[in-house]
Design a protein around this ligand. Structure first.
Ligand code: HEC
Length: 121
């Protein structure tokens, strides 16, 4: 009985947090796909973005500003991603992405989702 209850609760924690993350990504989905191999939109596909290096989607034509920034910052970290999502144009002047999310809890949910959609977890 107790065992069933634990499994039941765990199920809802897992399902609940995934649903939350997906919801957070909705703001991104108008410009970004994230499933492996999916087509680029206005922005690049974001599969494995936390591991694959900044601006390294070979099928996507990045702005020169982001490519230049990537030379100094070759890897997305949770900290850099948090700044990017707070105000992308403030972190990378002249980037094509114009995005601001004020709520830390929402940025956190997005970052966790990005981390879950990749090859290393
Ligand atoms: C209105 C369109 C738009 C929205 C909405 C948007 N992005 Fe972007 N994103 C872009 C564009 C365009 C680029 C390419 C920027 C450049 O080349 O300067 C980009 C680039 C990125 C990159 C860099 C990718 C790489 O290969 O290193 C990340 C990460 C990213 N976006 C994450 C997000 C997330 C997460 C959200 C939602 C919270 C989001 N974006 C919302 C358009 C958008």
């Amino acid at each position: 009985m107790t065992k069933n209850l634990v499994a039941f609760v765990a199920f809802f924690i897992v399902v609940g947090s995934t649903a939350h993350a997906d919801k957070a990504f909705r703001k991104c989905a108008s410009c970004h796909s994230i499933e492996e191999g999916a087509k680029n939109g206005a922005g690049p596909n974001l599969w494995n973005v936390m591991n694959r290096g900044v601006a390294t989607n070979e099928d996507y034509s990045y702005s020169k500003k982001l490519l230049a920034w990537a030379e100094e910052n070759p890897q997305w970290t949770p900290e850099l991603m948090d700044e990017w999502l707070t105000n992308s144009k403030k972190l990378v002047k002249g980037t094509k992405m114009n995005f601001k999310e004020k709520k830390e809890s929402k940025r956190q949910a997005i970052i966790e989702y990005l981390q879950s959609m990749g090859t290393e977890q």
